[in-house]
Design a protein around this ligand. Sequence first.
Ligand SMILES: [Fe+2]
Ligand SMILES: [Fe+2]
Length: 384
Amino acid sequence: MSLFKKLPKNQKVIENHEKIENIANTLVRSFDSIMGTIGLGGRKGNYDDYNYQFFGGEKDGLRKKHYDKSLKLLWKAQEHAPWSSFDDCTNGEVELIQLAKSSFNEEEKKEYQRISNSDYKDFLKKTYSLDERKAIANILALIGHGEAYAWMVSTEILNEVKSTGGRAALTAQVLEEAKHFVVLREIVRAFDVEIPRLSAWEYVLLERGFKSKGLEKFFAMNVVVEGFALNLFGMLSHLPGLEILRLFHLDESRHTALPTNYFKEFPMSFWEKHSPIRRIRRFSLILPALPVFVQIESDLAEIGVDGMEFGGSMARKVANLADKVGFHFPMSKDQFASLINLIFNAYCKTTREGHEHRDFMKSETTKGKKELAVEKEVFRFKTA
Ligand SMILES: [Fe+2]
Ligand SMILES: [Fe+2]
């Protein structure tokens, strides 16, 4: 027996509608197809409704490596930065945290006390001098503004990628960039110092990255900006009060691996990889990063990091990743390394007393064993 009391249907209406809809369907789709072919628009939705999937197929591999993994590793600000204004844990998670707290040993209790200190600002003030706080805030703001662009760019790439798996992967990234931006902003603000705007160099780099055509955005964002972020989080996550950056570091490692995994499914053409115009554009896109290292050199010096070592460490990772993905430069990886070394050493010769030539491309500013292991996984090369 049926669950429902059936109502009468008009078979004629059903048949007529079916005929009319079939004609309308042929018309609208043909019209869009012609418009698309002659480059005057056409269908915007990159969606294959006949097969209930996005164009490009399912690509479950991409979904599992990025979307599923992101959700598995999804972290909540309320748990890791209890001092913040975030209230993003479920009731079950709050209960679990309470339960875990009761089984903390002395060391864990102290650690938790520190990050849950309702006055996180006081903790930062006690731990760091004003100059150190200014320096760390300047360095963090640099990537804080980058997170805003990462959020905007990933939202756009979301509509450029093919396949259901590819879109799921990008959707997870958009969510994580949103979280990075809002959580990092609270951390930077807690340092209680003036937060700098984007410098001209960062402005040019990020704007040009955002304006990159199609999947070249993967180069600007997932390789350059996120490579920068990965290096930066890896350098700071061991500092007291900044342990949460380990979680940012893990997320960014997944984002930097995304182009490699995506292009395994949808390889770039030879022309896309090697076109001289693209090679030059990629190279010109990273040029504004060079003055950024000069810009943050004094802030890095304040926390005991050599700006050029940081630059070399980052340049090596970005160059390796770009090469691995197939985003080639106008010169080989080795020539690129020599050029960066030449520029950095020339700069140091004029600004540092008694400077002797060094191979900055071999430096490693990422601290923490876990972070180094994560980076090894992403870049699949020895991190010096
Ligand atoms: Fe991010
Ligand atoms: Fe990211």
